[in-house]
Design a protein around this ligand. Sequence first.
Ligand SMILES: Cc1cc2nc3c(=O)[nH]c(=O)nc-3n(C[C@H](O)[C@H](O)[C@H](O)COP(=O)(O)OP(=O)(O)OC[C@H]3O[C@@H](n4cnc5c(N)ncnc54)[C@H](O)[C@@H]3O)c2cc1C
Length: 301
Amino acid sequence: MSAFDYLVSRGLPFVPRPLVRHFSRPYIAGESLDDAIGLLTALNGGGYLATLDVLGESVHRREVAEGAVREYLGALRAIREHRLDSNISVKLTQLGLKLDAEFCLANVRTLVREAAALGNFVRLDMEDSSCTSATLDIYRRLRDEGCDNLGVVLQACLRRSLADARALPGGASVRLCKGIYVEPRAIAWRDRTIIRRNFSWLLEDMLERGFCVGIATHDEELVWEAMRIIDRRRPPRETYEFQMLLGVDEMLRGIIREAGHRLRVYVPYGAHWYAYSLRRLKENPRLARYVLLDALTRRRA
Ligand SMILES: Cc1cc2nc3c(=O)[nH]c(=O)nc-3n(C[C@H](O)[C@H](O)[C@H](O)COP(=O)(O)OP(=O)(O)OC[C@H]3O[C@@H](n4cnc5c(N)ncnc54)[C@H](O)[C@@H]3O)c2cc1C
C-alpha cells in the first residue's frame, strides 16, 4: 500500500457522513425499494439489464439476516409487478453465512425458490477468501437440489479460480470479476497484468465449457479483450453479458451496448449505505482513490 493509499484509508472514518453520502451517491440507487425501482425502470428504458443488491453484509444476528431475506422477497415481487428486467445479487454473510452455514443455506433456498416462482434469478456475490469455499458449497448444494436459477461469482485475482471453474457443474452461470478484496499473496495474484491475463483465461475456459458468463469489469483493455474473444468464439448471445457497477464509466457502458452486447448494471440500494461505502473504501484504497477522483472530476465538469 502506498503512503497515499494508507493516508486515504486512515482518514476515511473522519470524513463527515454527508460527504461520504455525497461521494457515494452516484453508486447507490437510494435508501428505499421505491428509489431502486425508479432507477431500474430508467435503466431498462435505456436498454440495460440490471441486478439489484440490498446493501448489507457480515450480519451478527439471525433477525438481521431474516430482515434481509424479507427485503429481497419484496424486491423480487416488485421487480415482477413492475415488469422489470432485473435479477438480484446477494451476499451470503448478509444472509447469515458467518453465523451458521445451514441457516444461510435455508435463507438462500427461500430466495431462490421465490425467484423461480417469479421467473427470476439469484446471483451469489463472492466475498473475501474466507467465504469462497462455503459460497461455492452452497451454490453446488442448491444446484444438486435442482435449482438452476442460481449463479455464482469467480475472482480472477484468486489462484484457485481456474480449478474452481473446472469443478463447477455443467451449465453454470458465473460472473467473472477481478476481485475487490485485498488477499494474501500466497492465495492471490497481485500483479495487475497477471490478473488481467487470468481473467481472459477464465473467460475462454468457461465459454469453452458452455457456461453463461457475466463479464464484470470497467477495465477498457479487458472489455476489448472480451469483445475479441466473443468475436472469435461467437457464443450464443444469451450465454454472455457484460456487467458494470452503477455510476461507473457510463460512457463505456453505452459503448458496449452500442456494440450490440447485453449489459447488466449492478444496482445497490438500502439504509446501510454509510457502512457499505466506508467499508468498501477502507477495504480497498484503490477504490477510495477512484471515488475521490471521480467525484472531483464530476465537480469540475
Ligand atoms: C457488476 C459487478 C459485480 C461485481 N461483483 C463482485 C463480487 O461479487 N466480488 C468481488 O470481489 N468483486 C466484485 N466486483 C468488483 C470487481 O472485482 C473489481 O474490484 C472492480 O470491478 C474493479 O476492477 P475492474 O475490472 O473494473 O478494473 P480496474 O482496472 O480496477 O478499474 C477500471 C476503471 O474503472 C473505474 N472503477 C472501477 N471500479 C470503480 C468503482 N467502484 N467506482 C468508481 N470507479 C471505478 C476506475 O476508473 C478504473 O480506472 C464486481 C464488479 C462489477 C462490475
